[in-house]
Design a protein around this ligand. Sequence first.
Ligand code: F3S
Length: 427
Amino acid sequence: MKLTDAEQAMLDGQEGPARQRAMDLLVRYGEALDAERLVEVSNVAGTWSSTTPWVQADLERPEDFDTIFSRFNLDADDTVETPSAVVSTCQLIHGLDARNYKLQGYTDEQAELQRKSEIFFGKRGVQWNSTCTPYQVGNVPVQGEHCAWMESSAVVYCNSVLGARTNTEGRESTGAASITGRIPYFGFHLPENRRATHHVRIEIPVATMMDWGLMGYSLGETVRDEVPVLDGLAATPRPIFLKHFGAAGASSGGIEMYHIPGVTPEARSVEEALHGRAPTDSLVYGAAERQRAWDNLNGANRDDAIDFVMLGCPHNSAEQMWRIAQMLDGKKISPNVHLWVHTPRQIRTLCDECGYTGVIEAAGGHVMSDSCPAINRATPPGTNVIATDSCKQAHYLPAITGKETWFGSVEHCIDAALTGRFRGSLS
Ligand code: F3S
Protein backbone atom coordinates (compact mmCIF):
# COMPACT_ATOMS: atom_id res chain seq x y z
CA MET A 1 0.00 0.00 0.00
CA LYS A 2 1.29 3.46 -0.90
CA LEU A 3 1.43 5.79 2.10
CA THR A 4 1.95 9.55 2.17
CA ASP A 5 4.77 10.95 4.27
CA ALA A 6 2.28 11.90 6.99
CA GLU A 7 0.80 8.39 7.02
CA GLN A 8 4.26 6.80 7.09
CA ALA A 9 5.19 9.05 10.02
CA MET A 10 2.15 7.82 11.94
CA LEU A 11 3.03 4.21 11.11
CA ASP A 12 6.59 4.84 12.33
CA GLY A 13 5.26 6.03 15.68
CA GLN A 14 6.15 9.71 15.30
CA GLU A 15 2.60 10.70 16.31
CA GLY A 16 2.53 8.49 19.39
CA PRO A 17 1.71 4.86 20.12
CA ALA A 18 -2.08 5.04 19.61
CA ARG A 19 -1.82 6.53 16.12
CA GLN A 20 0.95 4.04 15.33
CA ARG A 21 -1.34 1.13 16.21
CA ALA A 22 -4.25 2.75 14.36
CA MET A 23 -2.19 3.17 11.19
CA ASP A 24 -0.88 -0.39 11.50
CA LEU A 25 -4.51 -1.58 11.72
CA LEU A 26 -5.57 0.47 8.69
CA VAL A 27 -2.63 -0.75 6.59
CA ARG A 28 -3.37 -4.39 7.44
CA TYR A 29 -7.07 -3.83 6.74
CA GLY A 30 -6.36 -2.06 3.44
CA GLU A 31 -3.92 -4.72 2.27
CA ALA A 32 -6.49 -7.43 2.99
CA LEU A 33 -8.86 -5.52 0.69
CA ASP A 34 -6.23 -4.89 -2.00
CA ALA A 35 -6.63 -1.15 -1.47
CA GLU A 36 -3.77 0.72 -3.12
CA ARG A 37 -3.89 3.62 -0.69
CA LEU A 38 -5.74 5.30 2.13
CA VAL A 39 -8.14 8.22 1.71
CA GLU A 40 -8.62 11.19 4.00
CA VAL A 41 -11.93 11.12 5.85
CA SER A 42 -13.54 14.07 7.58
CA ASN A 43 -16.50 12.40 9.29
CA VAL A 44 -16.44 9.26 11.45
CA ALA A 45 -19.42 7.54 13.08
CA GLY A 46 -18.66 4.52 15.25
CA THR A 47 -18.93 3.25 18.80
CA TRP A 48 -16.97 3.84 21.97
CA SER A 49 -19.56 2.12 24.15
CA SER A 50 -18.06 0.91 27.42
CA THR A 51 -20.92 -0.64 29.36
CA THR A 52 -21.79 -3.79 27.43
CA PRO A 53 -20.85 -7.02 29.26
CA TRP A 54 -18.55 -8.30 26.53
CA VAL A 55 -16.59 -5.03 26.66
CA GLN A 56 -16.39 -5.15 30.45
CA ALA A 57 -15.37 -8.84 30.59
CA ASP A 58 -11.80 -9.37 31.91
CA LEU A 59 -11.29 -5.70 32.84
CA GLU A 60 -9.74 -5.19 36.27
CA ARG A 61 -11.39 -1.77 36.56
CA PRO A 62 -14.71 -0.99 34.82
CA GLU A 63 -13.49 2.57 34.18
CA ASP A 64 -10.32 1.49 32.37
CA PHE A 65 -11.32 3.41 29.25
CA ASP A 66 -7.81 3.43 27.79
CA THR A 67 -7.81 -0.37 27.78
CA ILE A 68 -11.30 -0.44 26.28
CA PHE A 69 -10.20 1.94 23.53
CA SER A 70 -6.97 0.03 22.86
CA ARG A 71 -8.58 -3.38 22.81
CA PHE A 72 -11.88 -2.65 21.07
CA ASN A 73 -11.23 0.47 18.97
CA LEU A 74 -7.66 -0.28 17.91
CA ASP A 75 -7.52 -4.08 18.16
CA ALA A 76 -4.28 -3.62 20.16
CA ASP A 77 -2.97 -6.18 22.64
CA ASP A 78 -1.40 -3.58 24.91
CA THR A 79 -2.95 -0.49 26.50
CA VAL A 80 -2.10 2.91 25.03
CA GLU A 81 -3.32 6.33 26.07
CA THR A 82 -6.42 7.42 24.15
CA PRO A 83 -5.62 10.47 21.99
CA SER A 84 -8.08 13.04 20.68
CA ALA A 85 -9.95 12.51 17.46
CA VAL A 86 -8.56 14.51 14.54
CA VAL A 87 -11.80 14.63 12.52
CA SER A 88 -15.47 15.06 13.37
CA THR A 89 -16.42 11.89 15.24
CA CYS A 90 -19.75 10.76 16.63
CA GLN A 91 -21.12 7.88 18.64
CA LEU A 92 -23.87 5.85 17.00
CA ILE A 93 -26.46 3.91 18.95
CA HIS A 94 -25.40 2.01 22.06
CA GLY A 95 -27.19 -0.02 24.69
CA LEU A 96 -28.23 2.13 27.60
CA ASP A 97 -30.82 4.90 27.72
CA ALA A 98 -29.59 7.52 30.19
CA ARG A 99 -33.16 8.20 31.37
CA ASN A 100 -34.93 4.84 31.17
CA TYR A 101 -32.07 2.43 31.82
CA LYS A 102 -33.90 0.60 34.60
CA LEU A 103 -36.66 -0.39 32.18
CA GLN A 104 -33.90 -1.94 30.06
CA GLY A 105 -32.53 -3.95 32.99
CA TYR A 106 -29.47 -1.78 33.67
CA THR A 107 -28.31 -0.71 37.15
CA ASP A 108 -27.48 2.72 38.58
CA GLU A 109 -23.80 1.69 38.53
CA GLN A 110 -23.93 0.88 34.82
CA ALA A 111 -25.64 4.20 34.08
CA GLU A 112 -22.95 6.02 36.05
CA LEU A 113 -20.24 4.12 34.18
CA GLN A 114 -21.86 5.09 30.88
CA ARG A 115 -21.90 8.74 31.95
CA LYS A 116 -18.21 8.61 32.90
CA SER A 117 -17.31 7.01 29.57
CA GLU A 118 -19.21 9.75 27.73
CA ILE A 119 -17.17 12.39 29.56
CA PHE A 120 -13.89 10.51 28.98
CA PHE A 121 -14.38 10.04 25.25
CA GLY A 122 -16.26 13.32 24.89
CA LYS A 123 -13.14 15.18 26.05
CA ARG A 124 -11.28 13.36 23.30
CA GLY A 125 -13.66 14.52 20.60
CA VAL A 126 -16.41 11.89 20.49
CA GLN A 127 -19.82 13.55 20.10
CA TRP A 128 -22.38 11.40 21.92
CA ASN A 129 -25.20 11.70 19.40
CA SER A 130 -26.04 8.14 20.43
CA THR A 131 -28.30 7.39 17.50
CA CYS A 132 -28.31 5.29 14.36
CA THR A 133 -29.58 8.41 12.56
CA PRO A 134 -26.82 11.00 13.04
CA TYR A 135 -28.08 12.72 9.88
CA GLN A 136 -31.31 13.62 11.78
CA VAL A 137 -29.41 15.53 14.45
CA GLY A 138 -27.05 17.68 12.47
CA ASN A 139 -24.36 15.29 11.23
CA VAL A 140 -24.96 15.71 7.49
CA PRO A 141 -21.87 15.18 5.31
CA VAL A 142 -22.00 16.72 1.85
CA GLN A 143 -21.96 15.01 -1.54
CA GLY A 144 -18.58 13.47 -2.27
CA GLU A 145 -17.30 13.74 1.31
CA HIS A 146 -15.31 10.67 2.37
CA CYS A 147 -16.60 9.23 5.66
CA ALA A 148 -16.08 6.18 7.85
CA TRP A 149 -19.44 5.12 9.26
CA MET A 150 -20.73 2.00 10.95
CA GLU A 151 -24.41 0.91 11.13
CA SER A 152 -26.03 -0.37 7.96
CA SER A 153 -29.08 1.93 7.96
CA ALA A 154 -26.84 4.98 8.42
CA VAL A 155 -24.38 3.83 5.75
CA VAL A 156 -27.04 3.38 3.05
CA TYR A 157 -28.52 6.82 3.88
CA CYS A 158 -25.06 8.43 3.81
CA ASN A 159 -24.18 6.95 0.40
CA SER A 160 -27.55 7.21 -1.29
CA VAL A 161 -29.45 10.20 0.06
CA LEU A 162 -26.50 12.43 0.99
CA GLY A 163 -24.10 11.28 -1.74
CA ALA A 164 -21.24 11.10 0.76
CA ARG A 165 -18.96 8.07 0.56
CA THR A 166 -18.54 5.28 3.06
CA ASN A 167 -18.32 1.55 3.34
CA THR A 168 -19.89 -0.29 6.27
CA GLU A 169 -17.05 0.02 8.73
CA GLY A 170 -16.48 -1.66 12.10
CA ARG A 171 -15.64 -0.53 15.60
CA GLU A 172 -11.91 -0.99 15.04
CA SER A 173 -11.67 0.76 11.68
CA THR A 174 -13.78 3.74 12.81
CA GLY A 175 -11.71 3.98 16.00
CA ALA A 176 -8.53 4.07 13.91
CA ALA A 177 -10.07 6.49 11.39
CA SER A 178 -11.08 8.97 14.08
CA ILE A 179 -7.51 9.43 15.34
CA THR A 180 -5.74 9.29 11.96
CA GLY A 181 -8.30 10.82 9.58
CA ARG A 182 -7.80 7.93 7.15
CA ILE A 183 -9.60 4.80 5.88
CA PRO A 184 -8.67 2.36 3.08
CA TYR A 185 -9.67 3.62 -0.37
CA PHE A 186 -11.94 0.85 -1.64
CA GLY A 187 -15.60 -0.03 -2.22
CA PHE A 188 -17.97 2.94 -2.22
CA HIS A 189 -15.13 5.47 -1.97
CA LEU A 190 -14.39 4.68 -5.65
CA PRO A 191 -16.74 6.37 -8.15
CA GLU A 192 -16.99 3.27 -10.37
CA ASN A 193 -18.39 1.15 -7.54
CA ARG A 194 -21.28 3.58 -7.04
CA ARG A 195 -22.80 2.68 -10.39
CA ALA A 196 -26.27 1.10 -10.36
CA THR A 197 -26.25 -2.59 -11.25
CA HIS A 198 -29.97 -3.42 -11.08
CA HIS A 199 -32.73 -1.53 -12.87
CA VAL A 200 -35.99 -1.78 -10.88
CA ARG A 201 -39.27 -0.81 -12.53
CA ILE A 202 -41.81 0.28 -9.90
CA GLU A 203 -45.30 -0.77 -10.97
CA ILE A 204 -47.40 0.23 -7.93
CA PRO A 205 -47.83 3.41 -5.90
CA VAL A 206 -45.33 3.60 -3.03
CA ALA A 207 -46.86 6.24 -0.83
CA THR A 208 -46.39 5.53 2.89
CA MET A 209 -43.62 4.66 5.30
CA MET A 210 -44.93 1.08 5.40
CA ASP A 211 -44.89 0.92 1.59
CA TRP A 212 -41.30 2.13 1.49
CA GLY A 213 -40.25 -0.35 4.17
CA LEU A 214 -41.83 -3.26 2.28
CA MET A 215 -40.22 -2.17 -1.00
CA GLY A 216 -36.82 -1.96 0.70
CA TYR A 217 -37.31 -5.36 2.31
CA SER A 218 -38.29 -6.90 -1.03
CA LEU A 219 -35.39 -5.37 -2.97
CA GLY A 220 -32.87 -6.32 -0.30
CA GLU A 221 -33.92 -9.96 -0.65
CA THR A 222 -33.43 -9.74 -4.42
CA VAL A 223 -30.44 -7.50 -5.10
CA ARG A 224 -28.54 -8.50 -1.93
CA ASP A 225 -25.48 -6.17 -1.79
CA GLU A 226 -25.74 -4.74 -5.30
CA VAL A 227 -26.87 -1.21 -6.24
CA PRO A 228 -30.47 -0.75 -7.49
CA VAL A 229 -31.84 2.23 -9.41
CA LEU A 230 -35.57 2.78 -8.86
CA ASP A 231 -37.50 3.79 -11.95
CA GLY A 232 -41.15 4.83 -12.19
CA LEU A 233 -41.95 6.30 -8.78
CA ALA A 234 -45.04 8.45 -8.97
CA ALA A 235 -44.22 10.81 -6.11
CA THR A 236 -41.14 12.32 -4.46
CA PRO A 237 -40.34 10.43 -1.23
CA ARG A 238 -39.92 12.07 2.17
CA PRO A 239 -36.66 11.63 4.11
CA ILE A 240 -38.39 9.34 6.64
CA PHE A 241 -39.50 7.07 3.76
CA LEU A 242 -35.92 6.85 2.50
CA LYS A 243 -34.71 6.17 6.04
CA HIS A 244 -37.05 3.17 6.29
CA PHE A 245 -36.40 2.00 2.74
CA GLY A 246 -32.64 1.86 3.26
CA ALA A 247 -32.85 0.23 6.69
CA ALA A 248 -35.14 -2.50 5.32
CA GLY A 249 -32.96 -3.16 2.27
CA ALA A 250 -29.83 -3.30 4.40
CA SER A 251 -31.38 -5.86 6.76
CA SER A 252 -33.05 -8.31 4.34
CA GLY A 253 -30.06 -7.99 2.01
CA GLY A 254 -26.97 -5.86 2.17
CA ILE A 255 -27.92 -2.75 0.21
CA GLU A 256 -25.38 0.00 0.93
CA MET A 257 -26.34 2.29 -1.94
CA TYR A 258 -29.25 2.96 -4.29
CA HIS A 259 -30.27 5.61 -6.77
CA ILE A 260 -33.59 7.35 -7.40
CA PRO A 261 -33.33 9.58 -10.48
CA GLY A 262 -34.21 13.16 -9.68
CA VAL A 263 -34.11 12.49 -5.93
CA THR A 264 -30.73 11.08 -4.89
CA PRO A 265 -27.82 13.32 -5.85
CA GLU A 266 -25.75 11.05 -8.09
CA ALA A 267 -28.51 10.22 -10.59
CA ARG A 268 -30.38 12.81 -12.59
CA SER A 269 -31.52 9.95 -14.84
CA VAL A 270 -31.51 6.15 -14.98
CA GLU A 271 -28.72 6.35 -17.55
CA GLU A 272 -26.58 8.46 -15.23
CA ALA A 273 -27.15 6.01 -12.36
CA LEU A 274 -26.01 3.18 -14.64
CA HIS A 275 -22.95 5.22 -15.74
CA GLY A 276 -24.20 4.82 -19.33
CA ARG A 277 -23.95 1.04 -19.27
CA ALA A 278 -26.56 -1.72 -19.40
CA PRO A 279 -27.80 -3.02 -16.03
CA THR A 280 -26.62 -6.40 -14.80
CA ASP A 281 -30.23 -7.30 -14.12
CA SER A 282 -33.70 -5.81 -14.54
CA LEU A 283 -36.45 -6.33 -11.97
CA VAL A 284 -40.05 -5.39 -11.35
CA TYR A 285 -41.53 -4.30 -8.01
CA GLY A 286 -45.31 -4.70 -7.99
CA ALA A 287 -48.22 -6.00 -5.91
CA ALA A 288 -46.90 -9.58 -5.81
CA GLU A 289 -43.49 -8.46 -4.53
CA ARG A 290 -45.13 -6.23 -1.89
CA GLN A 291 -47.33 -9.11 -0.72
CA ARG A 292 -44.33 -11.45 -0.56
CA ALA A 293 -42.39 -9.01 1.62
CA TRP A 294 -45.37 -8.73 4.00
CA ASP A 295 -45.71 -12.52 4.11
CA ASN A 296 -42.00 -13.02 4.73
CA LEU A 297 -42.20 -10.67 7.71
CA ASN A 298 -45.56 -11.75 9.15
CA GLY A 299 -46.43 -15.12 7.63
CA ALA A 300 -45.05 -17.28 10.44
CA ASN A 301 -46.80 -15.35 13.23
CA ARG A 302 -49.69 -17.07 14.98
CA ASP A 303 -50.47 -15.09 18.14
CA ASP A 304 -52.02 -11.64 17.69
CA ALA A 305 -52.12 -10.82 21.43
CA ILE A 306 -49.46 -8.11 21.62
CA ASP A 307 -47.62 -7.21 24.82
CA PHE A 308 -44.82 -4.99 23.46
CA VAL A 309 -44.95 -2.30 20.77
CA MET A 310 -41.64 -0.86 19.56
CA LEU A 311 -41.65 2.26 17.34
CA GLY A 312 -38.66 4.18 16.04
CA CYS A 313 -36.29 1.94 14.10
CA PRO A 314 -34.34 3.72 12.68
CA HIS A 315 -34.79 6.35 15.37
CA ASN A 316 -37.82 8.57 14.87
CA SER A 317 -37.65 12.12 13.52
CA ALA A 318 -39.34 14.99 15.36
CA GLU A 319 -42.22 14.83 12.89
CA GLN A 320 -42.74 11.13 13.56
CA MET A 321 -42.77 11.81 17.32
CA TRP A 322 -45.34 14.58 16.82
CA ARG A 323 -47.63 12.30 14.81
CA ILE A 324 -47.37 9.49 17.38
CA ALA A 325 -48.22 11.97 20.14
CA GLN A 326 -51.23 13.10 18.11
CA MET A 327 -52.43 9.50 17.77
CA LEU A 328 -52.09 8.89 21.51
CA ASP A 329 -53.37 12.21 22.79
CA GLY A 330 -56.05 11.64 25.45
CA LYS A 331 -55.88 7.83 25.10
CA LYS A 332 -54.53 5.00 27.26
CA ILE A 333 -52.65 2.01 25.93
CA SER A 334 -53.84 -1.44 26.96
CA PRO A 335 -52.71 -2.42 30.49
CA ASN A 336 -51.25 -5.59 28.94
CA VAL A 337 -48.97 -3.68 26.55
CA HIS A 338 -45.64 -1.89 26.91
CA LEU A 339 -44.97 0.88 24.37
CA TRP A 340 -41.43 2.12 23.72
CA VAL A 341 -40.95 4.94 21.20
CA HIS A 342 -37.32 5.49 20.17
CA THR A 343 -35.77 8.76 19.04
CA PRO A 344 -32.33 10.44 19.28
CA ARG A 345 -31.61 12.09 22.63
CA GLN A 346 -31.56 15.54 21.04
CA ILE A 347 -35.03 14.99 19.57
CA ARG A 348 -36.27 13.65 22.91
CA THR A 349 -35.26 16.96 24.47
CA LEU A 350 -37.25 18.70 21.74
CA CYS A 351 -40.18 16.35 22.42
CA ASP A 352 -39.97 17.19 26.13
CA GLU A 353 -40.21 20.88 25.31
CA CYS A 354 -42.99 20.45 22.75
CA GLY A 355 -45.06 18.27 25.07
CA TYR A 356 -44.89 15.10 22.94
CA THR A 357 -43.05 13.15 25.65
CA GLY A 358 -45.72 14.10 28.18
CA VAL A 359 -48.54 12.97 25.87
CA ILE A 360 -46.86 9.62 25.12
CA GLU A 361 -46.12 9.02 28.80
CA ALA A 362 -49.65 10.02 29.86
CA ALA A 363 -50.92 7.36 27.47
CA GLY A 364 -48.68 4.81 29.21
CA GLY A 365 -45.74 4.72 26.81
CA HIS A 366 -42.04 5.54 27.22
CA VAL A 367 -39.81 7.70 25.02
CA MET A 368 -36.46 5.92 24.72
CA SER A 369 -33.13 7.23 23.42
CA ASP A 370 -29.58 6.03 22.79
CA SER A 371 -30.64 2.42 22.24
CA CYS A 372 -33.00 -0.10 20.64
CA PRO A 373 -34.08 -3.68 21.45
CA ALA A 374 -32.19 -5.18 18.52
CA ILE A 375 -28.94 -3.69 19.81
CA ASN A 376 -29.26 -4.10 23.58
CA ARG A 377 -31.53 -7.14 23.48
CA ALA A 378 -33.70 -5.49 26.13
CA THR A 379 -37.47 -5.92 25.99
CA PRO A 380 -39.99 -5.36 28.79
CA PRO A 381 -40.32 -8.26 31.26
CA GLY A 382 -42.83 -10.86 30.15
CA THR A 383 -42.70 -9.93 26.47
CA ASN A 384 -44.12 -12.70 24.29
CA VAL A 385 -45.42 -11.02 21.13
CA ILE A 386 -44.08 -7.79 19.61
CA ALA A 387 -45.43 -5.30 17.07
CA THR A 388 -43.22 -2.78 15.27
CA ASP A 389 -43.40 -0.33 12.36
CA SER A 390 -39.88 -1.28 11.26
CA CYS A 391 -38.99 -4.01 8.78
CA LYS A 392 -35.48 -3.99 10.21
CA GLN A 393 -36.62 -4.55 13.78
CA ALA A 394 -39.15 -7.18 12.61
CA HIS A 395 -36.35 -8.92 10.71
CA TYR A 396 -33.98 -9.13 13.68
CA LEU A 397 -36.16 -9.40 16.82
CA PRO A 398 -37.46 -12.95 16.24
CA ALA A 399 -33.86 -14.21 15.97
CA ILE A 400 -32.61 -12.08 18.88
CA THR A 401 -35.50 -12.54 21.31
CA GLY A 402 -37.17 -15.70 20.04
CA LYS A 403 -40.51 -13.81 20.08
CA GLU A 404 -43.09 -13.48 17.36
CA THR A 405 -42.83 -9.99 15.85
CA TRP A 406 -45.51 -8.37 13.71
CA PHE A 407 -44.63 -5.71 11.17
CA GLY A 408 -47.20 -3.04 10.30
CA SER A 409 -47.75 0.65 9.80
CA VAL A 410 -47.46 3.16 12.65
CA GLU A 411 -51.27 3.19 12.74
CA HIS A 412 -51.41 -0.62 13.01
CA CYS A 413 -48.91 -0.50 15.87
CA ILE A 414 -50.67 2.28 17.77
CA ASP A 415 -53.92 0.34 17.38
CA ALA A 416 -52.13 -2.74 18.78
CA ALA A 417 -50.87 -0.69 21.72
CA LEU A 418 -54.38 0.57 22.47
CA THR A 419 -56.24 -2.71 21.99
CA GLY A 420 -53.63 -5.36 22.79
CA ARG A 421 -54.31 -7.00 19.41
CA PHE A 422 -52.45 -6.78 16.11
CA ARG A 423 -55.10 -6.19 13.46
CA GLY A 424 -52.91 -4.88 10.65
CA SER A 425 -53.23 -5.97 7.05
CA LEU A 426 -51.89 -4.98 3.65
CA SER A 427 -55.20 -3.63 2.35
FE1 F3S B 1 -31.30 1.85 14.68
FE2 F3S B 1 -31.57 -0.27 16.20
FE3 F3S B 1 -33.03 0.01 14.08
S1 F3S B 1 -29.66 0.65 15.55
S2 F3S B 1 -31.76 1.10 12.62
S3 F3S B 1 -33.08 1.36 15.91
S4 F3S B 1 -32.09 -1.89 14.75
